[in-house]
Design a protein. Structure first.
Lengths: 203, 98
């Protein structure tokens, strides 16, 4: 049904390896900056997998929104708060957490094993009555679906984004809130624009 | 071949949830949530390709938008908390449950 060529397999293997090692880096590294950079590797691998599946538009917004906006926001907050120090993972482990995580991992592993052993070559679902998706007009088909079948969800999403922006402004600028702890920023010359903005907000 | 995508999605989801359970830094926990969302996105796109249905890609589009909104609000909360109490971890924040 799907022409599985050698190129497809090689692309998948490389991208999947990048994804998995990046994911392990997100969990394993102790420094939050390294975690964020590992997340970029994972998101890049996922974008490659999207392209391999013919979802070109999603690959583009994956890179733009995730790697370009969300991870930069993470890094910005890490630098702003000065939490870019190593976290001591050993002292914070709890037995209950380890047991829960192992149970969850074992459960997920069992499901993957069952899915693998079942060896289903076709998914358990109804194939769409439409013709096969053509990657060359991927954006047209996706746009038509979003603005017709999913237009209500799209409008609700716009309300959600507006609420999120207002909420973020309210949260990060408390009226008459306590001043920032400037001992957290021993060297303001590193980012003078940031310091000026923060001072202005508290004057 | 398509099963490989589903298995990769499951593995990424497992790694993300494992990280969410063992990490105590709220920022890193947020990154693990992003990891889990992306694992689901891989699965959606794989099924979309397999079933010739664009609905999977549409859902991924909405997941991306909602993840962005979630990160904005979540990081706003983290910044508001950490300004008052630097170096706080998730265990110290358990009082938020009220």
């Amino acid at each position: 049904m799907f022409a599985t060529t050698v190129v497809d397999s090689i692309t998948f293997s490389i991208a999947a390896a990048i994804c998995l090692f990046g994911a392990l880096g997100v969990v394993g590294f102790r420094n939050p900056v390294h975690n964020a950079l590992s997340l970029v590797a994972t998101l890049f691998g996922i974008a490659v997998l999207f392209i391999a599946q013919g979802a070109y538009f999603l690959a583009a917004i994956q890179v733009i929104v995730y790697a370009g906006a969300i991870v930069v926001l993470f890094l910005f907050v890490i630098m702003l708060l000065g939490v870019d120090r190593a976290e001591n993972l050993v002292a914070e482990r709890k037995v209950s957490g380890i047991v829960l995580a192992l149970l969850l991992g074992a459960g997920t592993g069992a499901m993957v094993y069952i899915a693998y052993r079942a060896g289903l070559s076709t998914p358990t679902g109804e194939k769409s009555a439409m013709a096969a998706l053509d990657p060359s007009n991927d954006l047209q088909v996706l746009g038509r679906a979003i603005f017709t079948d999913y237009v209500l969800a799209f409008e609700i999403t716009s309300i959600l984004l507006t609420v999120a922006v207002i909420g973020a402004v309210v949260l990060s600028r408390p009226a008459g809130g306590e001043p920032i702890d400037y001992e957290e920023f021993p060297d303001p010359e590193e980012d003078p624009a940031l310091l000026v903005e923060d001072l202005g907000a508290n004057d | 071949m398509q099963n490989s995508y589903l298995m990769l999605g499951a593995a990424l989801f497992a790694i993300g949830s494992f990280g969410l359970l063992i990490r105590r830094n709220p920022l890193v926990m947020f990154m693990c949530i992003e990891l889990m969302l992306n694992a689901v996105n891989i699965t959606f796109v794989a099924f979309s390709k397999q079933l010739d249905d664009v609905a999977g890609q549409a859902v991924v589009f909405f997941v991306l938008v909602i993840a962005a909104a979630e990160v904005v609000v979540g990081l706003g909360i983290i910044v508001a908390i950490m300004r008052r109490r630097p170096n706080v971890n998730a265990d110290d924040l358990s009082l938020m449950k009220g």
